[in-house]
Design a protein around this ligand. Sequence first.
Ligand code: SAH
Length: 416
Amino acid sequence: MRVHLTATAAAAVRRGHPWVYRDGIAGGGNAAQRGERRRGERARGEPARGDAAASGDVVELSAEGATFLGRGLWDAESAIAVRVFQRTQAPQLDERALAERLERAFALRDGWFAGRDTTAYRLCNGEGDRVPSLVIDRYDRAAVVRLDGGMLAPWIDRLLPHLARALGARGVRSIGLRARALAAGADAEGKKLAHLHGPPLPDRLFVRETGVAMEVDLARGQKTGAFLDQRDNRARVRALAAGRRRVLNLFSYAGGFSVAAALGGAVRVTSVDSASAAHASAQRTFRENGVDPAAHEFVTADAFDFLEKAHARGDRYDLIISDPPSFAPSERAKPRALGAYRRLHTAVARVLERGGVLCAASCSSHITAEDFLATLDDATLERDDLRVRAIHGQPEDHPTLPAWWEGRYLKFVVLE
Ligand code: SAH
């Protein structure tokens, strides 16, 4: 099937942007080309105009003045209508081509983690590894696949033998699929993981991350089980914690930053998260690393409420980490998100000791680094003693493409 693009969408594809939104498809096409409905479906009052493509179909892209722009896979359901895989005619876009790209992604990582006491990392970062939609995270002997959108679901059975072989050669025994791709979402027990290959995956396991043990909840955890994108920043927090007495980790989830700070020398680490199950996991991680959780504090609370009370009590911290969930899931949500970051940072600055360090993170791709820094300015923090010591992002196992700005979502600002 051929999909004709608007001039704007065509320019983005030429730059190497891997997504074509539905409104990037030129109106001249039929309903099938605009992908408005799945096969056989029709909008109320809309006449049938030919057969629509199904999710996973290979489509060729064209535009005014360009008979061939590239090739991609059609998604009948999500806002992204086509994910672009190639801009060349050859080779054909089939499972062999995808398997080769995956092998390349895996081979790149082979050298990266040797000697780093790290058994959890991203094996394939979808678009950033030129395999749009396909994310694969490794947790020791288990690999978890996540499919963004619906276009690769029909491919997974054909890809599985290739995956099993390439991952098996690297010591991965089991492959699971994260629920976003499962029609039913979580199962009756709240598990969000389906078995694809090999021995059953454990519900949870310990992995190693730059020398630190970390419990990962494969069955019910967030993302594919852990926030692997903060690995290098957790190691940075460990170094920053040396000589700091009181550490506050806001939105602590499974306690990755908390245990890093405790191992780095912090005397008392306070972890705050609204989910109590996350704290149970964090405490098991503390113990696995030989740190007594009783010497630290785990608070189940809303971070904003906690900060207000901490300020009223006159509590102060020498190192604060703030890593909230995405406040801006869309461009439209951006102004509100900036307001929320400002409120958060104002409250954080009130409990940061003079001479203390603040690590402020944002994982919203719609918030640029400059936008985010503006939520940490003197007016917001109501103080003028801090400087930006460093701005970090995501680690090398989360590669992006120059044109794919959405892939560079993580900001980790260190102020001191
Ligand atoms: N820093 C973590 C990841 C944080 S994910 C890591 O490196 O692994 C965001 C966390 O914020 C989730 O665990 C979620 O339960 C928690 N959360 C969301 N809203 C919250 C709120 N208002 N107050 C406290 N915690 C919240």
